[in-house]
Ligand binder design. Structure first.
Ligand code: ZN
Length: 78
């Protein structure tokens, strides 16, 4: 069983966007950028993407269901 079925492999590259706090324009980012800093392509402002509790609990519940899903698949193959 490969272990590349996880939150980042499924959702990490998903493109999102937010409003730049400086210039108000769209700043693209991905879920992999959460917890890091991104630079606004318009005004070059550095924006820290705070990892909030909400994100962590969402991520944890997704990873748990993926884990359960993999166990189900493993059992199925017996
Ligand atoms: Zn900006």
């Amino acid at each position: 069983m490969s272990d590349d079925l996880n939150f980042n492999s499924l959702f990490g590259d998903q493109e999102l966007s937010m409003d730049c706090p400086e210039c108000g324009k769209d700043v693209p980012y991905t879920l992999n950028d959460i917890g890091k800093a991104v630079v606004c392509p318009h005004c070059k402002t550095k924006i820290n993407l705070e990892k909030d509790l909400n994100f962590d609990s969402t991520k944890n519940s997704i990873e748990k269901s993926l884990d359960d899903f993999e166990k189900t698949l493993d059992n199925f193959g017996e």
